[in-house]
Design a protein around this ligand. Structure first.
Ligand SMILES: NC(=O)c1ccc[n+]([C@@H]2O[C@H](COP(=O)([O-])OP(=O)(O)OC[C@H]3O[C@@H](n4cnc5c(N)ncnc54)[C@H](O)[C@@H]3O)[C@@H](O)[C@H]2O)c1
Length: 327
């Protein structure tokens, strides 16, 4: 399924997710939700692009074969669907696909980002995504605790995958006090490398820290979890952290500063479009990703000045860019 949510500002961007869902309707819900989030992410990042997404629903109940020739056939089918959209939608890697898979898609369609650098693409988007997260963390901490050194703050990092590992490395280099978790016990070695406290995912969410950094899966912030939080601020790469927009109001009521994930996690698409679609240099692309920090500071200042949530402030910016009536 490919959802092209908006092309108002330009071609829609959004990765290709290949993963099991309970039913195809769950995949449909996800592709619609994720593509709408990509519209907001692209608009907030100042890109002249809309949002889209591809979801391939694997059957998790049987032994669906997603390896070898079956994988190649599926990638070719995805490429043909993307190509049939004639450039109104540009895809990239997401859960279940990699830069190498993008190279395979590229043999049948040009509308693909993030092939390996050896293949002419901009490579793994986790690197610029993590750079954007670190810029966002500086902005959030600067807003919440002006003039405070990160080394004096405490962080709980959830998800030590491609992005989380780079963020953890950065925090460790800054001398921050870190709690870390992942569902995969092999990631514990990373926590040891950082001198971080290793804990379970359930404890990491409730950790008594200054900043929670969600870098695993979405939906982590619900009315139930928000009631148990002991952090003072939240900023991370995970997409769609809120189960519902109204959860942002619950965070605000508890005086927990939440940085919208659509802003925090935009480094990947900012860098990929800068390098591959707009011919920018690596330095220009790096600077654009770093600008997530000042943009987020302006957003948080604006929300505070109007005593509204960062989510509403972000939504107002999206509506203004898309020329939609405010919600
Ligand atoms: N990679 C990017 O460029 C990019 C861009 C934007 C947003 N994101 C989002 O950021 C998040 C991390 O991306 P990534 O590329 O590092 O993914 P990844 O798959 O490499 O890492 C995710 C990690 O989270 C762990 N995990 C999964 N569920 C967990 C749970 N409930 N508790 C604790 N750990 C759990 C996994 O074991 C894995 O190590 C994802 O939500 C992704 O959608 C990534």
């Amino acid at each position: 399924m490919v959802s092209v949510d908006s092309t108002r500002l330009g071609p829609a961007l959004g990765g290709c997710r290949v993963t099991p869902y309970p039913t195809w309707r769950d995949g449909l819900d996800d592709v619609l939700r994720l593509s709408a989030a990509m519209t907001r992410k692209a608009a907030l990042a100042g890109l002249d692009h809309g949002g889209g997404k591809t979801v391939v629903v694997l059957d998790g109940t049987t032994s669906a074969d997603w390896t070898g020739p079956a994988r190649a056939d599926l990638l070719d089918d995805i490429a043909d669907v993307v190509n049939g959209l004639g450039g109104t939608y540009v895809t990239g890697p997401d859960i279940g696909t990699s830069p190498d898979d993008m190279a395979r898609l590229h043999t049948r369609t040009p509308h693909v980002l993030c092939r390996p650098e050896t293949d002419g693409g901009s490579g793994d988007s986790a690197v610029p995504t993590a750079l954007g997260v670190t810029a966002a963390l500086e902005a959030v901490c600067g807003h919440r605790w002006p003039g405070t050194d990160l080394a004096t703050l405490t962080f709980s990092l959830i998800g030590l995958g491609h992005v989380g590992t780079l963020v953890g490395d950065w925090l460790a280099r800054r001398g921050a006090t870190l709690t870390a978790t992942d569902l995969d016990p092999r990631r514990r070695a990373l926590a040891a490398r950082w001198g971080a406290r290793w804990t379970t995912p359930a404890h990491a969410v409730r950790a008594d820290v200054d900043v929670l950094i969600p870098c695993a899966t979405g939906g982590i912030l619900t009315p139930a979890t928000v009631g148990e939080l002991r952090c003072r601020a939240i900023a991370g790469a995970a997409n769609n952290q809120l189960d519902h927009d109204s959860t942002a109001d619950l965070l605000h009521a508890r005086n927990i500063l939440w940085a919208p994930d659509t802003v925090v996690s935009a480094g990947g698409i900012i860098a990929a479009t800068a390098r591959e679609l707009h011919g920018r240099t690596a330095t220009e692309s790096h600077d654009r990703v770093k600008a997530i920090g000042p943009h987020l500071t302006a957003l948080l200042d604006d929300a505070a000045a109007r005593d509204t949530t960062p989510l509403r402030a972000a939504q107002a910016l999206v509506d203004a860019r898309l020329n939609r009536p405010a919600a």
